[in-house]
Design a binder for this molecule. Structure first.
Ligand code: SF4
Length: 173
């Protein structure tokens, strides 16, 4: 990027920045000192409104506010989160640094997102990236199964923590 578009600003954010900001700062200062590279530590909403002020949109925004999986010619699976963080806060776990407060999302909204990818793009494979997907199962994930049964459509669910550590398993993350 810096070779082809040396004048274009690059914004670095996400998990790496949240966990190892100093490491990244040292690295960029050492190797990319003369490029307009910015490390983003503020929360997502603030950053997006900053970008909107800085750069005018080139057209009308897309009608839904989902990640742009549809830039692929075929969407093999979609990544989703039904909650952020974990209520247990184990000492060794980075979950609390990435998202300080456990926050389940509105199930209706998440289900609309599933429905959107399923009906518009035929996606049946959904990968859940929650830290505590199985927490409060009866009032949380079970609702999604019930809803998809009611709508009579079949989806596949995968979860990166189906084989969690003993503690996670007991605590149902
Ligand atoms: S239960 Fe699992 S996800 Fe939750 S804080 Fe502990 S290690 Fe992290």
């Amino acid at each position: 990027m810096t070779k082809t578009f040396p004048e274009k600003p690059i914004y670095l954010g996400g998990i790496y920045v949240k966990l190892c900001e100093e490491h990244l700062r040292n690295f960029t200062e050492k190797h990319y000192k003369n490029y307009p590279i910015y490390i983003v530590t503020q929360d997502l909403d603030k950053f997006v409104s900053h970008l909107q002020k800085e750069y005018s949109p080139s057209g009308e925004p897309f009608f839904v506010d989902y990640p742009i999986f549809d830039m692929q010619t075929k969407i093999p699976y979609v990544i989703l989160m039904t909650s952020t963080s974990c209520p247990f806060k184990c000492l060794y776990c980075a979950s609390k640094i990435l998202y300080p407060k456990y926050k389940p999302k509105n199930p209706e909204k998440v289900f609309d997102e599933i429905l959107f990818w399923y009906t518009k793009y035929g996606v049946i494979d959904f990968a859940f990236y929650d830290d505590a997907l199985l927490f409060n199962f009866d009032n949380h994930l079970k609702n999604y199964f019930r809803k998809s049964n009611r709508k009579k459509f079949k989806i596949k669910i995968s979860y990166s923590k189906w084989n969690p550590c003993k503690i996670c398993y007991k605590r149902s993350c």
